[in-house]
Design a protein around this ligand. Structure first.
Ligand SMILES: [Zn+2]
Length: 268
């Protein structure tokens, strides 16, 4: 290879690579700084008033949550619809519920998500194809925004024991979508993929069967829609009804405990 060719390849490959790594380094150092930033007292008060689980978290998890929220608020953009004005209560309450799913593990802070659209209550939203979705509480678009009803996001934060949390539901979809389509198989850092597929597959089939037979179930019947909804629904139950889930679905609880690296039965 002559020197002209070497220069050519240096420019074509070397410069974009250097720019990529420099940007990555900048982003990571900014995140490290934000993570260590003080968490204002007023924000702690918002968490105390609007996010019931916060009071039950051990101190080290509270500290992690503060750091994650600082980064989340810097990187995500909140947009109010139908007259709703975005304020700190809305931002912190939603960010906290989203960031609870990121504790104790390596995270890239929902990398495909930039915008969170907030409606006052149930909403009708047009998708990419112009199709209208009516009566929605929340939506997570693949590589697109999350759309939330503030009324239901706020209720989810305040009531931490009913197994319903629209914010965690939609952000679980984002985690699922990080490695491609929504299929109930997120990036597994600590689980054995065979074990995950076997346990979730078996539990999904059982839920579908029980719903068809009209039997009572702990898991919400919406989880029987497809594997992606199943993952989002079990995430809500895992965080909000850990004791019941551990008792009735111990293998499922264990897979989620390994995945999320948290153990919510210890919090209450
Ligand atoms: Zn869903």
């Amino acid at each position: 290879m002559d020197s002209t060719a070497i220069y050519y390849w240096l420019i074509v490959i070397g410069i974009p690579l250097a720019v990529y790594f420099f940007r990555k380094w900048l982003k990571e150092s900014k995140r490290r700084k934000l993570y260590r930033n003080d968490f204002p007292q007023e924000w702690k008060q918002i968490l105390t008033n609007h996010f019931k689980l916060y009071q039950h978290l051990p101190d080290d998890l509270k500290k992690q949550l503060h750091g994650h929220i600082n980064i989340f608020l810097d990187e995500k953009n909140f947009v109010g619809y139908q007259g709703i004005e975005i304020n700190d209560t809305i931002r912190i309450t939603i960010a906290a519920q989203a960031c609870l799913l990121l504790l104790n593990r390596k995270t890239n802070y929902y990398p495909h998500l930039t915008n969170i659209l907030v409606y006052p209550t149930v909403f009708t939203h047009k998708n990419h194809d112009g199709e209208l979705h009516r009566g929605r509480l929340g939506e997570s678009w693949h590589r697109g925004p999350i759309v939330l009803s503030w009324q239901h996001s706020s209720q989810g934060g305040k009531n931490s024991a009913d197994g319903e949390n629209v914010v965690m539901h939609e952000f679980a979809h984002q985690l699922d979508q990080e490695n491609g389509p929504s299929d109930g198989l997120p990036i597994l850092q600590h689980n054995n993929i065979k074990q995950w597929s076997s346990v979730l597959g078996k539990e999904f089939k059982t839920l579908k069967f029980k719903i068809q037979k009209r039997e009572q179930t702990l898991l919400d019947e919406y989880g029987a829609t497809n594997p992606a909804e199943f993952f989002a629904v079990i995430t809500e139950h895992f965080v909000e009804q850990p004791r019941q889930m551990l008792k009735k679905h111990p293998e499922l609880y264990e897979e989620l405990r390994k995945y999320y690296q948290i153990n919510p039965v210890e919090w209450t």
